[in-house]
Design a protein around this ligand. Structure first.
Ligand code: NAP
Length: 249
């Protein structure tokens, strides 16, 4: 039996379980491969909850940062980001943490911008939200050479408060990334509170949310002629990368 899984709380409908079930079904080595949801409220209990023979697991809200003390090893990229969404169980039983959100986002964003012939370095970005997903986004933007400002509900050096976002500032940052949960099902009517009137047809709006496919944030951009993309491709790419990591020798 090759066992993999997803750790988070609460775990309702999971994309990953369906994705890996399909992946196993498409493989000729499928017999005995399973991907199981492990709803875990208190991360300290994780070692007691997971079966001893698990080969690897994904980590989702709210444990992407709180899992760090439980790991024996950290991939350098995950260390820089400070968040882990993929864990590989090493042959000696140690856990090694990786961040596959960052490369998933990077590849997806690059394709999105290149589709419209955008010179990456000419863009300035606003990243909405200050959680683990935002940290992965910031890491990817750094690799792509795209300058960014963080937008948060909390004041901190170098970042903007939502109240400081004027239409002019929005106009000057033509890439806007929603890395908050605002607009995610079931609260689909929500959206980040930014001055949408500053958005132009030269803007790119990327929402990490994929359910619903067309969030209010993206609809606000679309209404003003901006290019828009949701987080589904990133989700698939981070799952693919997790699979590769678990199966690398
Ligand atoms: P998170 O830690 O729960 O929240 C991210 C940040 O959003 C928070 O740190 C907070 O930043 C801001 N925020 C939360 N509630 C808010 C509110 N009511 N109003 C304004 N801002 C609020 O979540 P996460 O793990 O970073 O994930 C963020 C989103 O990305 C989720 O929707 C998740 O599903 C999605 N995601 C998608 C993928 C993908 O593959 N497509 C991968 C990872 C995550 P401040 O406190 O700084 O304001």
């Amino acid at each position: 039996m090759r066992l993999y899984g997803l750790v988070g709380w609460p775990l309702g409908h999971s994309f990953s379980a369906g994705y890996f079930a399909e992946r196993f079904a498409a493989s000729d080595r499928t017999k005995g491969w399973r991907y199981v949801n492990f709803p875990v409220e208190k991360i300290e209990t994780l070692r007691d909850v997971l079966p001893r023979d698990i080969r690897g697991f994904n980590v989702t809200i709210p444990h992407k940062r709180s899992i760090l003390p439980l790991l024996s090893q950290l991939d350098p990229q995950a260390r820089e980001i400070g968040a882990v969404n993929c864990v590989k169980v090493l042959p000696n039983g140690d856990w090694k943490g990786y961040n596959t959100d960052a490369p998933g986002f990077e590849i997806s964003l690059k394709g999105f911008l290149n589709s419209y012939d955008e010179g990456l370095r000419e863009l300035k970005a606003l990243v909405l939200g200050g959680g683990g997903a935002a940290a992965a986004v910031e890491h990817a933007l750094g690799r792509l050479g795209i300058a960014l400002r963080k937008v948060s509900r909390h004041a901190a050096a170098g970042q903007l408060l939502y109240a400081e976002l004027t239409p002019e500032r929005v106009r000057a940052h033509r890439l806007i990334i929603n890395a908050t949960p605002l607009g995610m099902a079931p609260w689909v009517e929500r959206k980040p509170l930014i001055p949408y009137e500053g958005i132009t047809p030269g803007h790119y709006l990327y929402d990490l949310i994929y359910n619903p496919a067309l969030s209010v944030f993206l609809r606000e951009g679309g209404k003003r002629g901006a290019w828009i993309k949701n987080g589904l491709e990133m989700l698939v790419l981070q799952a693919q990368r997790s699979w590769e990591i678990w199966n690398e020798e």
